[in-house]
Design a protein around this ligand. Sequence first.
Ligand code: GDP
Ligand code: MG
Length: 370
Amino acid sequence: RGTMTVAETAKLLHKDASEVIKKLIMLGVMATINQELDLETIQLLAGDFGVEVEIKIPVEDDRFETLEETDEEADLKERPPVVTIMGHVDHGKTTLLDAIRSTNVTGGEAGGITQHIGAYQVEINNKKISFLDTPGHEAFTAMRARGAQVTDITIIVVAADDGVMPQTVEAVNHAKAANLPIIVAVNKIDKPGADPDRVKQELTEYGLVPEEWGGDTIFVNVSAKQRMGLEGLLEMILLVAEVNDYRANPDKRARGTVIEAELDKGRGPVARILVQHGTLKVGDAFVAGNCFGRVRAMVNDKGRRLKEAGPSTPVEITGLTEVPQAGDPFMVFEDERKARSIADKRSITQRESDMGANTRVTLDDLFKHI
Ligand code: GDP
Ligand code: MG
């Protein structure tokens, strides 16, 4: 049947049904205990509960035969942190992203034509850092609303001549809601009116207290425009990454999230994805949202063709039949037939739920079941 009920899912995840329902509400899904959840939702839930699951689907039908915890500790390898930059408009997000990107055209990659693929990687001290270069709270909020968790660390940019503004506060709130470590980049310190201490002072009101004042928030002074302090900022990111010990298993079929997608005139549907688990290879059959495909070509942010891409690598792929949506989960299956049938099932489920949008579930209905 291709689905499991909330109760069954709860059992598999070793959680109470009420916890699962609460989590679903947070993901924007109003569900009752007997409601059937699709693969995508079950995976989102598992991710939110911090449970690694692998969904195996037998060839005969699309039932989830087993949903088991995988990834032995020994299989988990260090992976680059994935960073997003947020902050008030005009405080320098784009300039900072561009500056970081160009600090780091390392030897081997020089000469490559930089591609906009929604994210990029830089290397410092022999370690990689991935940046999502789609700032803007909307993209971030949209992804989170869909349950996609792509970021490990948030950099909040605050212009030192302007201080904390409404979208700064919004960014702090988003980062806190997502439980993400925050690094504050106090930008524009080259400007005459720059007052980094004022930024620190203002942010203490939102619970971000600098280390030198007894708190635990990292503040870095930078000038994106003059390219000052960038290396220090990158080093702080590595420090936070080391403390949090981000890991993934590279030795399995890839899973990740669509960051952007569009229809390209020449190449057809193109998706930019962040690989989060496993390794994606050219030729892999996959499902992205309701779409399926087979990786025809894969390029990185330096325009270099890749044969495979491991955890935390952003890539652009072609070989889709349709255009998926930003935030859609991406998953490789053992063959194209399987991928196609999953995508078809999802399209049907989607259509049914679109049509059934008027069957409202009230909170009373909901809590009757808890
Ligand atoms: P965004 O809206 O947050 O993406 O901000 P932008 O990166 O577009 O920057 C807004 C304006 O601030 C632009 O005119 C930038 O040139 C300028 N700017 C960004 N960073 C700095 C900086 O470090 N120093 C100075 N003086 N100007 C900056
Ligand atoms: Mg911008």
